[in-house]
Design a protein around this ligand. Sequence first.
Ligand code: CA
Length: 225
Amino acid sequence: MRLLIVEDEIHLAEALVQILRKNNYTVDASYDGEAGLDNALSNIYDLILLDIMLPKMDGISLLKAIRKEGIATPVILLTAKGEISDKVIGLDSGADDYLAKPFATEELLARIRAMSRRKGEVLPDNTLKFGDIELNTSTLKLCTDSKDVKITLKESELLEFLILRKNTATSKESIIEKLWGFDAEVEHNHVEVYISFLRKKLTFLHSKVGINTVRGVGYILEVQS
Ligand code: CA
């Protein structure tokens, strides 16, 4: 999962980035509303943590702007104590949840897990299932009923992306944007390398799941018959 944090309290933002990275999320941070809007509009995020009081553009305006563009990324508002009316406005403006500052790390992580479950495929304990495989994005373990193998964070992110887009061909460009971010100088063959790592691990597991190449388009995750 790729998360965006929009928070102008640098210390809080940096602490959040560290905690989330430790929990195997890919995280970007923006420190004002305009930068946050730019990032959010790229539509590469699975979840946005959004502060309300921000320089240049406040969180509620940012939220309205992305919803107006049809971006449905779940948003958790980070509200300061006592901003009850902000909470109501926030939920009315298209936020999915809110968390009052200061909050405990465990609560934040629980809310994030709940939010990703709401999207459908992510089971409790951060596991995703597809065909005969189960991917645990916390422990970085990929398994079938009989075997398991450790995978790297990037492999896990790639496989998660393919699982969530199941039955849809995924281009190398969108994989690069998702895994490395917008401005990354990553070549197409980088993606090919990670795809081949994953294929080797699926073969090792004797899984029926395969990553098929769709000529001129990209990759698709399929259960081979
Ligand atoms: Ca703030």
